[in-house]
Design a protein around this ligand. Sequence first.
Ligand SMILES: CC(C)(COP(=O)(O)OP(=O)(O)OC[C@H]1O[C@@H](n2cnc3c(N)ncnc32)[C@H](O)[C@@H]1OP(=O)(O)O)[C@@H](O)C(=O)NCCC(=O)NCCS
Length: 193
Amino acid sequence: MARMTLATPALQTSRLRLRPFADADAGPLFALHSNSHVMRYWDSPPWSERARSRRFIARCQGLADEGTGVRVAVDRASDGAFVGWCALVDWVPEYRSAALGYCLDEAMWGHGYATEAAHALLHWAFGTLDLNRVEAKADTRNAASARVLEKLGFVREGTLREECVVNGDVSDTWVFGLIRREWRPPVTPTSAP
Ligand SMILES: CC(C)(COP(=O)(O)OP(=O)(O)OC[C@H]1O[C@@H](n2cnc3c(N)ncnc32)[C@H](O)[C@@H]1OP(=O)(O)O)[C@@H](O)C(=O)NCCC(=O)NCCS
């Protein structure tokens, strides 16, 4: 079945702006993904080559062009500082399903930004893509990410035992799911014009 392309949205919340990635994000993006503390529960090692951020940014447009998802950069509204990114990928129109992911700069943790950004993207996705199910995965040691998903209304559905091996470190993965009928529309986020 032919797929539609997707337009990566620009969204605004009370404290954040979500927008398409630009080439100028390459520096902050590399700093984020090369930080081994930020990446400690990721399913692949930290980046070591700067070219990775260019590929990531090009891939954002690729996802939208092939209609499988969107990845948005997240800035703090008050000063434009780069917060990180949030993504809705693996969209399967037939199943009305997709997967959620996010990664935030360490300096931005602990303010509710991940929850706020993901909430805005989910609000857009449930409204635009006629989604029924959103899936998310997290390393079972990643308590902060599990808490973000729980705050968003995701249900922990199971454990994938020893799913990842990163630099010899074997880890288990939790699978979370959010079904449309369990989703409560947020009060604050609104779409930018
Ligand atoms: C996981 C991550 C997105 C959280 O971002 P954040 O903006 O700090 O998240 P929020 O502030 O919205 O919510 C975090 C929640 O986890 C809680 N939390 C944080 N660290 C915790 C810990 N070690 N144990 C238990 N709860 C923890 C916070 O208290 C908060 O819950 P609360 O609102 O009930 O107090 C961020 O740490 C990150 O990007 N990490 C690196 C990349 C990553 O792991 N991404 C997810 C891959 S699945």
